[in-house]
Ligand binder design. Structure first.
Ligand code: DC
Length: 229
């Protein structure tokens, strides 16, 4: 029987790398919930939405459609905002600088969480984010909470963004990660925290393969337990 696997944790911990690899191995759907908050932020910025105004936020959300479509070339699911592929543009630092503020808005979370829960209705899904094991799927069969030393997280994100923007500095990345982690873990609604039944995975000194092996073991155990007798 298919299960739900949630992967939450701090920014730039490698959640999506692990989630993607795990979904691929299991033949499950992978959903990047952070991409939804990033796409909403992109829409708000492009359309000059004043997100401190609840009325404006509510109206704007009515005009937003978010979908994930599988790209046959990259073999990844990519996010579409109102039918435009925004998978790459949402990774910019400009979005990263605002996304935590947007993700703290109640109406935005209600909108995103409803879609995330719908995507998980048929199970067979790996979803990563900040509140997936606590709020979106509190009954998920496998919950992983990822942590890693800040130095390692900053270096990883720097490598990723430097390829696209050679002007970016380590300092900018460090400031952004610290700010996002603070806002994400201190907001009123669904703050980032480890679910009581989540298993912590510190990947500071682990290879991608070691992390995948660890997660696969947990998942396979649960999948077997879930087979009806
Ligand atoms: O995973 P990410 O860095 O792409 O996420 C971007 C932001 O979205 C993150 O700083 C906090 C927010 N987020 C959230 O509040 N809840 C989630 N489930 C996923 C992301």
């Amino acid at each position: 029987m298919a299960i739900i696997i949630t992967i939450d944790g701090w920014s730039a911990c490698g959640k999506s790398t692990l989630a993607k690899a795990l979904a691929k191995k299991l033949g499950y759907v992978y959903i990047d919930s952070g991409a939804m908050y990033r796409a909403i932020t992109l829409y708000f910025l492009r359309n000059h939405i004043d997100w401190t105004d609840v009325k404006e936020v509510k109206q704007a959300l009515k005009d937003i459609t978010i979908e994930f479509n599988f790209n046959e070339n990259t073999l990844q699911s990519e996010i579409y905002l109102n039918e435009e592929n925004v998978e790459y543009v949402i990774r910019d630092l400009v979005i990263a600088e605002k996304v935590s503020d947007v993700a703290a808005i109640k109406e935005v979370r209600t909108f995103a969480v409803a879609q995330q829960q719908k995507l998980g209705e048929r199970k067979g899904i790996v979803m990563d984010g900040r509140d997936i094991g606590t709020t979106v799927f509190p009954k998920a069969e496998v919950k992983i909470f990822m942590v890693a030393d800040e130095r390692v997280r900053v270096e990883r994100r720097f490598k990723e963004l430097f390829e696209k923007n050679p002007n970016i500095t380590i300092e900018e990345i460090k400031t952004n990660l610290e700010m996002r982690d603070y806002i994400d873990s201190h907001r009123e609604i669904s703050p980032l925290r480890k679910a009581e039944d989540a298993i912590e995975l510190d990947n500071t000194n682990l290879t991608e393969k070691e992390q995948l092996d660890f997660a696969l073991l947990l998942a396979k155990k649960k999948i077997v337990e879930n087979i009806p007798a």
